[in-house]
Design a protein around this ligand. Sequence first.
Ligand SMILES: NC(=O)c1ccc[n+]([C@@H]2O[C@H](COP(=O)([O-])OP(=O)(O)OC[C@H]3O[C@@H](n4cnc5c(N)ncnc54)[C@H](OP(=O)(O)O)[C@@H]3O)[C@@H](O)[C@H]2O)c1
Length: 246
Amino acid sequence: MKRKDTAAAEHVLIVGGSSGMGLALAKRLLAAGSKVTIVGRSEHRLLAARQQLPQAERLRSIAADVTREDEVARLFRSVGPLDHIVTTAADITGVYVLLPEMDISIARNVVDSKVIGPLLLAKHGAPVLGAHGSITFTSGIAAYRPAAKGSVVAAINGALESLAYALAIELAPIRVNVVSPGWVDTPIWDAVAGAGKAAALNAMAKRLPVGRVGRPEDIAQAIQSVMHNDFISGTVVHVDGGQRLV
Ligand SMILES: NC(=O)c1ccc[n+]([C@@H]2O[C@H](COP(=O)([O-])OP(=O)(O)OC[C@H]3O[C@@H](n4cnc5c(N)ncnc54)[C@H](OP(=O)(O)O)[C@@H]3O)[C@@H](O)[C@H]2O)c1
């Protein structure tokens, strides 16, 4: 397939597009003229996202759980040809605990959402991508600045990056990359920190060289750039305000 020369001609699938960084990316790409399909498990969250995205004629939403192969296969049967696949999906509810409290079934679900899900997206998505297409995963700072209670999150982010390196070889010329965010103010923090969200983010902002935590748009901008640069493959792009250094 010939490379699309303008954003207006491209179709991008964003798994996780109903919230946070994925939603910010959907907004950005729709504003640039792209056709966008957003995916998440909850119809309710997809509907709420649609209400924030005015370009209904170029927007589609599909409910699917990326941890389930039957649902991922069904997704790609219905979505049509794609130029780029992005996933920001993660469900890390209940996994930020010390080992004695860890419920291994919850840990397995987290691994499924962020390692098996991307693997399934690559398996079923690569065949519908053009030769100039790309896949972008979202890892995270926990792989580089591990903390107590963060063992599973550190592991999934590290594993996801290694998966991307291998897929960049196996799926070439399709490009496979990762964007690794630092702490970003999104709804995921409601699950992680609850009422302590603002205090946690403010404390981190004071530590960071850039003096603030991330905004979803910061990550969306980086994903868009990686997605469109034909010479980036097998790369992790850190968008963390310098958090790896402090
Ligand atoms: N925010 C941060 O500070 C931060 C820091 C480092 C790394 N990250 C990583 O950045 C990525 C984006 O985070 P975010 O803060 O934007 O998260 P978010 O606001 O919680 O959004 C997560 C999205 O993923 C979807 N999702 C979750 N599990 C899914 C599944 N099994 N199948 C399909 N969709 C699923 C959610 O929709 P449903 O719930 O409806 O499925 C939602 O649309 C994540 O991978 C996260 O681990 C975040």
